[in-house]
Ligand binder design. Structure first.
Ligand code: AMP
Ligand code: FES
Ligand code: ZN
Length: 310
């Protein structure tokens, strides 16, 4: 009979922990996960000086795990939830339902921002484009801009996202591969605000894995959007995540070591050599931008063009 590697009980369900190379029962696993997240939040001072916190929740396993673990660990800290309705057929409706249900059941304020309503297109519209490998990148620009905008316009000073270790290592892997030094220096557990309109961002799940987030929502019996984003299939992002898991089979703890090396060895050097970026206001949306028009507004007008001519 299988036993929990910690308490030695034969309780079910038992989770196969690839990082610990052992099995854990539900209560030992929850204890492990919550300690890990708490340790991350405290170690990086994520809640220092926070007055008004928002959590960006897509309805997927990571952000639902984040909402739950945060409520468990810091019950005295009030937060609101931001959800972007991206209009992805067969996916977005389920996502919004899951987030709404959690917020109603836990009396949490929910702000829903509808991409179609305010910008005239959906991410679903992009599925007709020829080069669908790029959709996730395009969608990423839209999400980053809108999450920040909604948080800023509603007076939040900190925005937490559900990016986990797999997400961050995948992003870093690609940036290192392409030598994108500027972007690399922005990948960290806490991204301070560089401009009054750029909200401070925190990643409380940066040290837990995809698998651990999934186990946590299962163990806590939480609803999460079971449908995967249909546009993600065949994307380079998924290919890279799978490649990284294969590397981890050969180099144990590869993801964590990669993150640590980035934070401890490279970030200080990158910081020393990086030039401060001068930001101005975008002529279209008045949010911070390097050029006269921000990347989101440039992209939005291109997308509207594509959609109209598709
Ligand atoms: P992803 O870019 O899909 O890996 O998501 C990373 C994080 O961004 C999630 O854990 C959420 O915190 C946030 N996020 C992604 N999509 C949405 C969405 N539609 N609404 C709100 N937050 C989102
Ligand atoms: Fe962005 Fe699927 S959620 S491409
Ligand atoms: Zn703009």
């Amino acid at each position: 009979m299988d036993r929990c590697g910690r308490c030695k009980n034969e309780k079910t369900p038992l989770f196969k922990m690839s990082r610990l190379n052992s099995l854990l029962c539900s209560s030992c696993f929850e204890d492990y996960y919550e300690r890990k997240v708490k340790n991350t939040v405290l170690k990086y001072g994520m809640l220092n000086g926070v007055n008004k916190l928002a959590i960006a929740a897509s309805g997927g396993k990571d952000s639902m795990a984040l909402l739950k673990v945060f409520s468990e660990l810091f019950p005295h800290i009030k937060f609101a939830v931001i959800h972007l309705n991206l209009g992805i057929p067969g996916h977005s409706d389920e996502c919004i339902k899951v987030v709404e249900k959690f917020c109603i059941e836990n009396s949490i304020e929910l702000l829903v921002y509808d991409l179609k309503k305010y910008h005239g297109y959906t991410i679903g519209d992009l599925s007709n484009l020829k080069n669908n490998k790029r959709i996730c990148g395009v969608c990423g620009i839209v999400k980053r801009h809108l999450m920040n905008k909604v948080a800023y316009e509603n007076g939040f000073d900190t925005l937490a996202t559900g990016h986990n270790l797999d997400d961050v290592v995948e992003i870093l892997f690609n940036l290192y591969l392409n030598g994108n030094v500027e972007e690399m220096s922005r990948i960290k557990p806490v991204a301070p605000s560089m401009n009054p309109k750029l909200i401070r961002k925190i990643k409380p799940l940066i040290e837990v894995t995809d698998q651990e987030d999934l186990y946590y929502v299962i163990s806590k019996n939480l609803d999460y959007a079971s449908s995967e984003c249909p546009l993600i299939k065949g994307s380079r992002m998924v290919e890279r995540k799978n490649l990284i898991l294969r590397i981890e089979e050969e180099i144990p703890n590869f993801r964590y070591r990669f993150l640590k090396t980035h934070l401890k060895r490279f970030l200080p050097i990158l910081k020393e050599h990086s030039q401060p970026i001068t930001l101005r206001e975008c002529d279209v949306c008045s949010m911070p931008s390097v050029g006269s028009i921000c990347s989101f507004c440039k992209l939005s007008s291109r997308i509207l063009n594509w959609v109209e001519n598709a």
